[in-house]
Ligand binder design. Structure first.
Ligand SMILES: [Mg+2]
Length: 301
């Protein structure tokens, strides 16, 4: 169990009621907290989670899903939530590239957006009314400064570069981002700091953290980090949903990302590690603990 956290299963009936009465909103991670990402229904959901979230919803709690995974658009996420019967709990999901879209939309951003990422990211950003450039199809380049430069262009109308997961990444894409970021007015967003993703299907995927680091070092421009545990998504939610920090709890399986985000926002946190084995975190101490969200179901009945 998590060191020093209050085990929700051990609370007396009155103390558990106090816990439930103490919050209005649950910011809830998805992967390995609510569902196993690569499984399909009926094995998709972690046992008991749907029942607990339904109960909390019936009690009037608001649930907002906050995930670092930008593999889908909001539209696709809503379909996934509906398929998992979670739509009745909440159809509000926030993930880094959607948060960038919402932020640029809210701040009246003028200019075009350049994405190092997948089509799904361009589609999501366009759904926020942003002008997003199509992916550039580069020819093969040669190891020559002249040749590489001939493929790249500055563009003062591009005012934001967004770095996401790009399964078709190549050298010229990285360098095009570097060239665009020479414009001091161009914003730079990186949606995750992870350099390698956790193993799924026996694959550890090289990830956005490396891409963003390369662009950052070569351009000299530091990105606005939008993924958990950086507070970007949470701060946006606090503003757009008028959340009361003192009455909001962040729940998730990752000490680093989920508990880290809650702490960064000054919220109470609830750690549900499930099968996600993690060493104790040097600084991120959660307020509450249960092995999974489903483990508090007997207390709610
Ligand atoms: Mg997770």
């Amino acid at each position: 169990m998590t060191e020093s956290a209050i085990d929700l299963r051990d609370l007396s009936t009155s103390a558990f009621k106090e816990f439930v009465d103490s919050f209005d909103t649950l910011l809830c991670d998805l992967d390995l907290t609510v569902w196993h990402r690569v499984r399909r229904p009926p094995d998709l959901l972690i046992p008991g989670v749907l029942e607990v979230l339904r109960k909390l919803r019936q009690m009037g709690k608001k649930v907002i899903f906050v995930t670092n995974s930008s593999h889908a658009t909001r539209e696709q996420y809503l379909k996934d939530l509906a398929e998992a019967e979670l739509a009745e709990v909440s159809s509000h999901v926030v993930f880094p590239v959607a948060a960038v879209g919402q932020y640029l939309h809210r701040t009246g951003f003028k200019g075009r957006v350049h994405v190092v990422g997948d089509d799904v990211h361009r589609e999501e950003l366009r759904s926020w009314g942003l002008q997003v450039d199509d992916e550039i199809e580069y020819p093969r380049a040669r190891y020559s400064y002249y040749n590489i430069k001939s493929h790249l262009k500055s563009d003062p109308e591009i005012k934001a570069v967004v770095v996401e997961f790009d399964p078709n990444l190549n050298y010229l894409k990285l360098m095009q981002a570097v060239v665009l970021l020479q414009n001091p007015e161009c914003l730079f967003f990186s949606t995750a700091t992870e350099k390698v993703l956790p193993p799924i299907l026996n694959l550890r995927l090289i990830a956005i953290g490396y891409f963003a680091d390369m662009i950052q070092e070569a351009s000299g421009s530091s990105p606005i980090e939008t993924g958990k545990p950086h507070p970007f998504m949470g701060e946006l939610l606090v503003k757009s949903e008028s959340l009361d920090i003192a009455r909001t709890i962040m729940v998730g399986d990752s000490l680093d990302q989920d508990i880290g985000l809650g702490i960064a926002l000054g919220m109470r946190t609830w750690h549900v590690p499930g099968e996600h084995k993690q060493p104790p975190h040097p600084t991120n101490k959660p307020t509450y603990f249960s092995p999974t969200i489903g483990h508090i179901l007997p207390k709610l009945l």
